[in-house]
Write a protein that binds this ligand. Structure first.
Ligand code: NAD
Length: 547
């Protein structure tokens, strides 16, 4: 197998840092230390691919290496389709991925097209090459569990039990996010190798030999109000039913199995290997038993809710999958975004991230110092940086994630560019974000669920977001379909700007990092949220809202 890894250092293999930065991000997504299945070009999230196939990947690499500073490469669902003369300030790469005309936007038809080699599923940051491994999701997960603690338990999960599942690329952020908020986590995953991998990399504290043992250990730690994360091998549906039968009432129940995609969700009574085999030999049977398992999984979560646990869907479309197989009240528990993340989006606060293209961790530590010095009063930011520096080894290109708001992003982006210009960092830095951001996504079962004005399914916003980021001169802009919740359920956009220390980059950063989150604030103000309505009236708001 050919191993792809990002180049590091400050030597260019492309004709400019804009192209070089994007090339490094692409290859970084395939680094075996962070990618789920590099051989299949899958970065994370079930089957989220960075390129359509190996030939496309090689062609993209070649195109980026020869791309001029006034050209733009177009990528259609992971396949490069053309290079156009644009202008220096235009994006170097524009992408559209997994988009289908709405009438045809379902998994079965998508799969048919995918098998014909006509499209590819990019999830969110896999398709737009800004995936950075588990840290990318850790802060969002940490923030979610903090909001859960604040809303229901006085600000801490100390002495509280969280039952969840899925230790995959996203899901493995859960144990640290729970324990660092003080709680005890039992995390069920069907794949023994994955649970072991998370143990070795210290993403979980211990691996229990059975669910009974996991519950015993949890009880002990809860009685002492000490945090611990316990990984255990099992199928989520079986394990949740078993916990109900033990009469244990977890304080919080959620899950991050890949329920958005039946083909990745492992049915009860099968090992991951058996599931893979059945998926190939008898896909109809596979889907049937996966559906039966999802039904039991959702019914168990509803029963936990009835017994008084705080239950929420963690962004994998589990409720809709349950609803489709006949669980009428599948939506009786909420989704995490509408419940806990919305107030943050109203102030244009979202998962901002930056990646040291030098490959040198010191570049990130240096930016950590600077961010703490410029946003001194932000206690949560300090807690986060302390946590992530203590608990997290870098994998692939060193990167950092911080949830910054509409004012902070441009300030910090400009400082990073200045640091590159002054030679304080060893090479340029890529500045990007998750697609789960205020203006960037329409996803009625996740980020835009239960909007105040009922605009849950209005997908103009992410399209406007992508167009605006192109007009503002981002280095890469992408528009995607199906991330997080699967085909038919979301439209979302990605954006990256390479801070190479130049004046041109400064202009790109200033425009994009203001416009991108400001559109988010406008989107939430338009939907009637008071926090956002107040912000757009403020003198420092970087856009004029037209009402
Ligand atoms: P992944 O494919 O990397 O990992 C999924 C894990 O679930 C694997 O370890 C697998 O062994 C396990 N699994 C599969 N079926 C199971 C079952 N029935 N019982 C127990 N374990 C099972 O996926 P990921 O990247 O971790 O994403 C998980 C889900 O979260 C996806 O649906 C994804 O779309 C969604 N997601 C959530 C967020 C968020 O912000 N919460 C962000 C992105 C994606």
């Amino acid at each position: 197998m050919e191993i792809f890894k990002s180049p590091t250092g400050n030597k260019l293999s492309c004709k400019g840092w804009q192209q070089e930065g994007l090339l490094r991000l692409l290859l970084n997504c395939l680094n075996p230390d962070i990618a789920k299945d590099p051989e299949e070009l899958v970065a994370y999230g079930g089957t989220g691919k960075v390129a359509r196939d190996l030939n496309s990947l090689k062609a993209i690499i070649e195109a980026l290496k020869t791309l001029e500073n006034d050209e733009t490469l177009l990528i259609q669902s992971g396949k490069p389709v053309g290079i156009f003369r644009t202008f220096e300030f235009a994006p170097r790469v524009i992408m559209a991925g997994a988009l289908l005309v709405p009438r045809w936007a379902n998994w079965d038809y998508f799969q048919e097209l995918s098998e014909k080699g006509l499209t590819a599923y990019g999830q969110s940051t896999a398709g737009s090459w800004s995936y950075i491994g588990t840290q990318g999701i850790l802060q969002g997960t940490w923030e979610t569990f903090f909001q859960v603690a604040k809303r229901h338990f006085g600000g801490s999960l100390r002495g509280k039990l969280v039952l969840t599942s899925g230790l995959g690329e996203m899901g493995s952020a859960q144990p640290i996010a729970i324990t660092s908020n003080g709680g005890v986590a039992i995390v069920v995953d069907v794949d023994r190798a994955i649970v072991k991998k998370r143990l070795i990399s210290s993403m979980i504290d211990i691996m229990a030999s059975s669910l009974e043992e996991a519950c015993e250990i949890a009880k002990e730690y809860i009685s002492r109000a000490e945090p611990i994360s316990i990984g255990v091998v099992g199928n989520a549906a079986d394990a949740y039913e078993a916990v109900l039968s033990y009469n244990i009432k977890p304080d919080v129940v959620t899950d991050q199995t890949p329920a958005h995609d039946l083909k990745s969700y492992v049915p009860s009574d099968l090992s991951p290997e058996e599931a893979r085999e059945l998926g190939k030999t008898n896909p109809e049977m596979y889907e049937k038993i996966a559906r039966d398992t999802i039904k039991r999984h959702v019914l168990a979560m509803i029963e936990f809710k009835k017994r008084g646990s705080v239950v929420f869907d963690y962004g994998n479309n589990l409720r809709e999958q349950g609803h489709r197989v006949g669980v009428k009240d599948a939506f009786c528990f909420p989704g995490f975004a509408s419940e806990y993340i919305r107030p943050l989006f109203c102030e244009g606060r979202g998962p901002f991230r930056w990646i040291a293209l030098s490959g040198d961790p010191e570049d990130i530590y240096r930016t950590d110092e600077i961010i703490l010095s410029i946003f001194k009063g932000d206690g949560r930011l300090k807690e986060w940086i302390d946590l992530v520096e203590r608990r997290f080894a870098f994998h692939g290109l060193p990167a950092r994630v911080c949830w910054l708001n509409y004012k902070e992003r441009a300030v910090f982006g400009n400082i990073i560019n200045e640091m590159v210009k002054l030679g304080e960092l060893k090479a340029p830095v890529a500045i990007t974000r998750d697609h789960m951001d205020a203006a960037a996504v329409a996803s009625p079962f996740r980020e835009t669920e239960a909007m105040k004005d009922g605009s849950d399914a209005v997908a103009d916003w992410p399209v406007l977001n992508a167009l605006l980021n192109c007009a503002s001169g981002a280095s890469l802009v992408g528009l995607y379909h199906g991330g997080g919740v699967g085909i038919g359920y979301s439209i979302h956009s990605g954006v990256t700007v390479i801070a190479d220390g130049s004046r041109e980059a400064q202009k790109r950063l200033d425009l994009v990092l203001k416009a991108d989150p400001a559109l988010g604030v406008i989107r939430y103000a338009d939907a009637g949220y008071e926090i956002a309505k107040d912000i757009i009236k403020s003198a420092v708001f970087p856009a004029k809202a037209v009402e």
